[in-house]
Design a protein around this ligand. Structure first.
Ligand code: TPP
Length: 327
């Protein structure tokens, strides 16, 4: 990480706070899943917190994001409500989708969060359409499209980059390269001799590859791309190189011991983004140990409030079984 502190202290505090909240949310969801309180599929974002956080804090409140099946971090980083998200995971009526959508369908339109998505690559069209709408309305809003390295191999990725480049849309495509697509390693599914950004560069998009476990590097790369898009400079592409520290989902027992070694996982834990940023904040004397402890206590209190809220909320009444659902 950079040894220069050139960001505002309030922003650095917010970056740490959001990353820590995402980590604690995911750990809590994992725990509640094991107890049977969280229902449905659960894809954890542990290890990737710096990407959502760095990118979303470079956005305005009315900017848009599209998310993925691994989407809790995106929603929380954009300012979404952890109480309603946890309640949704627990199938409670106070959740984002009245407890009927689960982990992969939360959206918060007031905050420009256009929704998680169980369809890999499902955000590409939505994000590009939102950017087209913003451009037509001259609203000054920028859209960020989060997607995985696996999703980069979906054909629609090429279609939207062509459109975005042709119409100079205010959209930033953020590829979260966490090195796996389900149980397959990145280089077994994707030509790894070329950066994924080479595909975007072929359409003329400015591209950048960034250490996705370095929240400051992510923030700066995102800020540059977002500012350029907002100023009329067209779409951008960021590949954030990170690592998925948990299994593909909760059913992937042993955190992927069939497709990676214990040593690889241990080595990646040593580079994990939350502890790394914490150490950086201390080393650079941005915050003292007691100031960090105070931030962490605030996060714990917010998580506890979310757990109480979810536990204290009822499941939807049987009479609304067929309401608010499309199929
Ligand atoms: C269109 C489609 N194809 C396949 C799947 C099954 N599937 C779910 S997650 C996943 C892997 C996605 O990998 P990546 O985009 O890298 O995201 P990550 O899980 O690593 O965050 C696949 C193939 C799906 N949900 N949708």
């Amino acid at each position: 990480m950079s040894d220069v502190v050139d960001l505002d202290k309030a922003l650095l505090r917010q970056l740490y706070c959001r990353m820590r909240l995402i980590r604690r949310f995911e750990e809590t969801a994992e725990e509640l899943y094991k107890r049977g309180t969280v229902v449905g599929l659960l894809h954890l974002y542990i290890g990737e917190e710096a990407v959502a956080t760095g990118v979303c804090l470079a956005l305005n409140e009315d900017d848009y994001i599209t998310s993925t099946h691994r989407g809790h971090g995106h929603l929380i980083a954009k300012g979404g409500d952890v109480k309603r998200l946890l309640a949704e995971l627990c199938g409670r009526v106070t959740g984002y989708c009245r407890g009927k959508g689960g982990s992969m369908h939360a959206a918060d339109l007031r905050l420009g969060i256009l929704g998680a998505n169980g369809i890999v690559g499902g955000g590409f069209g939505i994000a590009t359409g939102a950017a087209l709408s913003a451009k037509k309305r001259n609203s000054g809003q920028v859209t960020v499209c989060f997607f995985g390295d696996g999703a980069a191999n979906q054909g629609i990725f090429m279609e939207v980059m062509n459109m975005a480049a042709l119409w100079q849309l205010p959209v930033v495509y953020v590829c979260e390269n966490n090195h796996f697509g389900e149980y397959t390693r990145f280089d077994e599914a994707t030509v790894a001799s070329q950066p994924i950004g080479a595909r975007a560069a072929a359409f003329g998009l400015p591209t950048v590859q960034v250490d996705g476990n370095d929240v400051i590097a992510v923030y700066k790369a995102a800020k540059e791309a977002v500012d350029r898009a907002r100023a009329g400079g067209g779409p951008g592409f960021i590949e954030a190189r990170t690592y998925r520290l948990r299994g593909h989902h909760m059913g992937d027992v042993g955190f992927g011991r069939r497709y990676r070694t214990k040593e690889e996982l241990a080595d990646r834990w040593r580079q994990e983004p939350v502890a790394r940023f914490r150490a950086w904040l201390l080393e650079n004397q941005v915050f003292s140990e007691s100031e960090l402890a105070e931030i962490e206590a605030t996060v714990e209190a917010e998580m506890q409030e979310a757990v109480d809220y979810a536990n204290g909320s009822p499941v939807p009444d049987l009479t609304e079984l067929t309401e608010h659902v499309y199929a």
